[in-house]
Each structure stands twice: as C-alpha cells, then as structure tokens.
Design a protein around this ligand. Sequence first.
Ligand code: SF4
Ligand code: SF4
Length: 396
Amino acid sequence: MPSVSIVKCDTYELEKVYHAIHKSLTLINSGDRLVKPGMKVLLKINLLSSSQPPERAVNTHPIIVRALVNIFQNDFGCEVSIGDSSGSVKNSSTFHAFRVTRINEIAEDTGARIVNFDKDEYLDIHNKGYEVVDKFRIAKTLRTADLIVSVPKLKTHGLTQYTGAIKNMLGTIPGNGKKNIHLIAPKPTVFAKALVDIYQMVPPHLIIMDAVVGMEGNGPNAGQPKKVGLILASRDSVALDAVASNIIGFEPMAIPTIRFAHQRGLGNGELDTINIAGESISNVTVPDFQKPSSGAQDFAGKYLPNFLLSLMFDNTCSTFSTVNHSRCTQCYECVRNCPAGAMSRENGKVLVDKKKCIGCFCCDEVCDFEAIQMKRSLLGRTLLGMAKALGVEKVE
Ligand code: SF4
Ligand code: SF4
C-alpha cells in the first residue's frame, strides 16, 4: 500500500519548511532508506512562468527548493542539481524563470547545480507501452541522476483540472518538444493520456509537493494564490495526486491523469487503499478552493460511467482562446508559443483563429497579463448552468 504524508506548514519560513519536509520524509520512511551519501539528486521543480514572482504561486517556491537543497546536501551528503524547462518555448525563458524565482541565487549560495533542460544534452525516449506518445526527447540529466525528486506546486489547471506530480514530468521535455505533445494530443483526455505516457517513462523516485500556498481558479498561470498550509510527500505520484486533489475538493478518479495512471498500474489513485501518514485528509481539506471554470466534468463524474465521462470531458469542456485587448500589452509571447499556429498579429492586435485553436492553454500559460480568456463551448456552459442550478457542485 503506498504512503502519502501530510504535514502542516503555514508559512515559507526556511526553518519551518525544513522541519516540515523532514517530518514528511520520516513519515513515509523515505529518508535514510532511500537516500545514500554521494548520490546525485535532481530536484525536478515546477517552473512555468519566467516573470511571475514567488508570491503569485505559479512556480515552486524558492524556500521549498532551498530547504530541499539543505536537506540533501547537508543531512545526506548528496550532490544536488535543480532542473526544469519552463512552459514557454522562448529560448531564454527557463533561464529567466530561474532568475525571477531567485533559485539561481540558491545555487550560487549552496553550490547546487542549475540545469536548464532547454540547454542540456538530450536523449530520445521510445515508449513501447504508449497510448498516445511513442517517442519524445528528455534532458539527459534525468538519466544520469541517481534520485529524481519531483517538486510540483499544488494548482488547478484549465485543461487537466488539476496539475501535480504526474503532470510535472512534462517539464522533462525541453522547449519546443512540449509543443509537439499538444499537437499530437489536442483533446483534453488524449492530452491526459499523453502526460501519463511521459510519466511512465520518467517517473520520479520521490515527490515533495509545495502546497503551502497553492493556486486556485484558472490555474496554472492565471488563477489566484490560496493558502493550503501543507507539505505532502510520497514515492507514488498517483497516490500523492489523489490525496492532494482530494484536499482541494476533487474526486481523484474524475481527474483523467490520475484515473489513467491508476488504470495502467503506474500507481494507486484509490484513496481507501492509500496509507495516509500525519494529518488526515478531513482535517486539512480546503472546502472553498475554487476550481477552474472547466469544472463541468466534476458534476458529470457523479453520474456517468468512465467512457461517457471521457466523451463529455472532451466535448463539453474543450475551450478556445480569446484575447482581452484592454489587458494585452502586445508582447506576442502567446503568438510565439501557440503550437497550432492559431494566433497571429494584425495591425498590432493579437487575433485567434477559432477553427485552428486546440484549446491547449499554452497561450494562457505564457501570458503574464491575464489577457487570455479561455472560453467554454455552449454545451459546456449549459452543463455548468445545470450544475449550479441543481446545487450539486460548487462551480465557477
Ligand atoms: S495576450 Fe498576453 S501574451 Fe499575448 S500578446 Fe497580449 S499580453 Fe502578450
Ligand atoms: S490559441 Fe492558445 S489555446 Fe488555442 S491552440 Fe493556440 S496556444 Fe493553444
């Protein structure tokens, strides 16, 4: 039975975070048993934006990273690297994300090594057990590390509802490669299967989730910071995602990444077969955590079998992008990052071709001015209206 530890941590004070992470590792018995002196430890953090500061809750908080570096370097005598490829395909964005989060300063202070996956050597991965993505490219450091520690941020996500440990491994693919995944998997459930394909080939050994302050609403970039006050740890990403998503009010098996990974035997997403160590879920639930505006499938998930749920997920919850021109600064980062070529400029204005838009949220993820609005289909809006009218689900 997999274990997930839940430890309270109400602030990003280094000492409190350090003790909370230590406790979370002890509770799942993953300190000395898993980590040995001299190991090469890679912290695979969650960097999305290259310009949002830590208090916006978009990226893994730097204090979490600093505490982890201290633990693995000083307590276990390991060699630590910190790596990721941010959400944007712009060449320098991962570099900027390390600077904006001041994680580069942690590296300078401690001697930990920053690995910008966009600039790393790469390896081609072939997945024989794939459902959607048979081959993709990852940063080579992922294969030279002895211990991969995934450090996701607890956030909602407009396309996948929830983003956590399973989805964090998408960032192992350097720059442009992530665009290809969106093109191969344009529908939400297919994209979730693609994420599970990637996770299957690059599973972390240990997961420490930054849930001190999460992001609610229209995550992963345009939502609002929300205090959750927790550190979660596990060796099973699927179990950790099941517990974390449930704390913020989701039914875990209604989250496609969790359901598909569980069905493939890559981990355990059923709450009643997970050993919870530390706080109980009921003790730390955040009942008013706002879901993304694509919350219709939660409502549907109460009544429909899985295959109908997937159909509904794709057909009613698909979105298309629109631009709020009063907020748009005409930086064109969205145009550069649109994998479907659905965005263009005309007389300085950003235009979206609805017919080409695959609703991948890439533009939303890179827009730092909340100028992108993802809109629901008419059927999706109708379903949300029904859910609200019946009062069976709190949806926004
Ligand atoms: S919508 Fe956002 S990312 Fe796109 S040009 Fe405007 S401000 Fe830049
Ligand atoms: S317009 Fe936005 S949501 Fe649509 S395909 Fe392009 S990046 Fe994706």
